[in-house]
Write a protein that binds this ligand. Structure first.
Ligand SMILES: Cc1cc2nc3c(=O)[nH]c(=O)nc-3n(C[C@H](O)[C@H](O)[C@H](O)COP(=O)(O)OP(=O)(O)OC[C@H]3O[C@@H](n4cnc5c(N)ncnc54)[C@H](O)[C@@H]3O)c2cc1C
Length: 308
């Protein structure tokens, strides 16, 4: 386990934004994770946990709290029949690739989604109408004191891009997924197709840092309805012309904010408020964030501060 005092969080998020934190503890394995949680809890040090930071905007002022970063450099996966048991620190796409190699079907749609397995479970990450909660059987979670507990799928209360862990802040140590035997050639072909589509549609994180879709898609108003893309409403409302400081909208998708030169987290915060405002004005519709702001944010317009 590597601990770095005053680590700059911009180095640990895909948006490449965020000031220093009190202490960053890099944990790769379930054992390191439990040790770090127990030690911070014993010292009564307030901490938050992050994965790859692909769904976060961290304040320019940084955090008074410590941060546990639970990301493994190599996949930590075991096969058990058609189940896979994986450390939540494993990169989700590494798990998807493992499943292709092992001819296991059930997670292939998640090809190319950035982030860790832990982050994916908390946000019930997905694409093409499927999400990780569909194949999660059970998980080992930790409370903030480091006590372990095994929980079943029902514990998570999975909904569209949501699990109850967003409220409980339990920490996911490892996950068991139940998959099906699949055809390795078909899985590999589909994976290649998805990677191609994602490369065409999504920004290149090296040149256009971002946190993916900023707002959740719009829930249907009746059971017969379909969820509607937030990007469509944003585009119609003229979001692509908006800009605040160094933060601007991705030219191919109005629901993605890009960090341009000299962009601050505050720019992103203020731009997202403008996006909410124009959609409200044009459609009387309230957009809800998918991306999470972490740390103090202060808007000149709303005079409101937000914390995790
Ligand atoms: C270019 C791009 C494309 C994207 N495409 C998609 C997509 O197609 N579909 C989709 O669903 N998402 C997508 N995303 C969003 C992002 O990839 C997911 O939200 C991802 O699952 C976040 O994982 P992470 O490890 O980066 O989590 P982080 O951003 O680090 O954290 C997100 C939340 O999860 C919590 N968390 C992380 N790990 C754990 C853990 N082990 N235990 C408990 N809590 C934890 C954090 O506390 C935080 O609340 C995209 C993002 C980008 C940048």
């Amino acid at each position: 386990m590597k601990a770095i005092p005053q680590a700059l969080l911009r180095d640990y998020t895909t948006f490449q934004l965020g000031g220093p934190c009190r202490l960053l503890m890099n944990c790769e394995t379930p054992e390191e994770l439990q040790k770090a949680v127990k030690s911070l809890s014993k010292d009564k040090t307030h901490f938050i946990l992050i994965g790859s930071g692909s769904n976060l905007v961290i304040s320019d002022n940084g955090l008074k709290a410590a941060v546990i970063r639970y990301v493994s450099t190599a996949p930590l996966i075991e096969r058990d029949g058609n189940d896979v048991v994986v450390a939540a620190s494993t990169i989700l796409d590494d798990l998807v690739l493992y499943c292709v190699d092992e001819s296991l079907e059930g997670l292939n749609y998640a090809t190319g989604i950035p982030g860790t397995v832990g982050g994916a479970v908390v946000g019930n990450a997905g694409a093409w109408g499927k999400q990780v909660g569909d194949v999660l059987k059970s998980a080992v979670i930790l409370d903030k004191k480091g006590n372990l507990k095994e929980v079943k799928n029902s514990y998570f209360g999975f909904q569209y891009r949501h699990s109850r862990l967003k409220e409980t802040n339990d920490i996911i140590s490892s996950v068991r997924f139940t998959l099906k035997a699949g055809d390795p050639v078909a899985l590999a072909q589909k994976r290649a197709e998805i990677l191609k589509i994602r490369a065409e549609k999504h920004p290149d994180l090296k040149t256009e840092p971002c946190a993916g879709s900023f707002f959740r898609n719009i829930e249907p108003t009746s059971k017969a309805g379909k969820r509607q893309a937030a990007g469509w409403f944003l585009e119609q409302a003229g979001a692509k012309d908006l800009r605040v400081g160094g933060a601007y909208i991705f030219k191919k998708h109005a629901n993605i904010i890009i960090k341009g030169p000299r962009c601050t987290s505050k720019d992103v915060y203020d731009l997202h408020l403008k996006m909410i405002e124009i959609v409200k004005d044009k459609f009387s519709l309230q957009l809800n964030r998918e991306v999470r702001f972490v740390g103090p944010f202060h808007s000149a317009e709303t005079k409101k501060e937000e914390f995790w």
